[in-house]
Design a protein around this ligand. Structure first.
Ligand code: OGA
Ligand code: MN
Length: 198
């Protein structure tokens, strides 16, 4: 966790492999798959509130929002980790992060999410984005990498490609970093969320 916090301090983004034990990650992945088979996922939208619309040309993932107070044991274990991260971020950066909102996301084969920023225009709620990947057998060539431009406010220069491997966690300042999900060639699963300010 210290490594993650230091990288956030230095760069505004950070990634950490092996953030969950393999069996914990596998169980979360299974929950995600099962919920999907039950039809619990919805096409993800763009925008917020009444302005939320499905835009196939921008994003093609399906999401299932986590409901506060309704987490399974496995989900709660991850939420407990996030709570420690939230407190560490607040302590180090004097942020007023007060809650986490998040969803499972599934990118079916061919799905992508074009370059975007996570903070909705005109709001200050989403401060830090946190993503956990749940793909046990991800191989180079499976696609679905997260492309994260590493200069604040820029989407043309230097970038990193982050492989969506089981247990890899990524976080970055939501307002600052452009990012995109490259087309997935195999089903791609994750939990994406945000620490919010009031
Ligand atoms: C998002 C997003 C990236 C990823 O859901 O806003 O950018 O790697 N996800 O899943
Ligand atoms: Mn995003």
């Amino acid at each position: 966790m210290t490594g993650l916090i230091n990288a956030m301090d230095q760069f505004g983004w950070a990634t950490m492999a092996g953030c969950l034990d393999e069996d914990e990650g596998l169980l979360l992945g299974r929950e995600c798959e099962e919920a999907c088979q039950k039809g619990a996922f919805r096409r993800a939208g763009v925008g917020r509130g009444v302005g939320l619309v499905v835009h196939e040309d921008i994003r093609r993932d399906h999401v299932l929002w986590m409901v506060p107070g309704e987490a399974t044991q496995e989900q709660q274990r991850y939420l407990d980790k996030l709570e420690r991260l939230r407190l560490a971020l607040n302590q180090r950066f004097f942020l007023g992060l007060f809650e986490f909102e998040g969803h499972f996301a599934i990118y079916p084969e061919g799905a992508f999410y074009k370059a975007h920023l996570d903070r909705h225009s005109g709001t200050r709620e989403r401060v830090v984005t946190v993503i956990l990947y749940l793909n046990p057998n991800w191989q180079p060539g499976d696609g679905g990498e997260l492309k994260l431009w590493t200069t604040v406010g820029d989407k043309t220069g230097e970038f990193v490609l982050i492989e969506p491997r089981l247990g890899t966690l990524v976080c970055f300042l939501s307002e600052d970093f452009w990012h995109e999900v490259l087309p997935a060639h195999k089903t791609r699963m994750s939990i994406t969320g945000w620490f919010r300010e009031r």
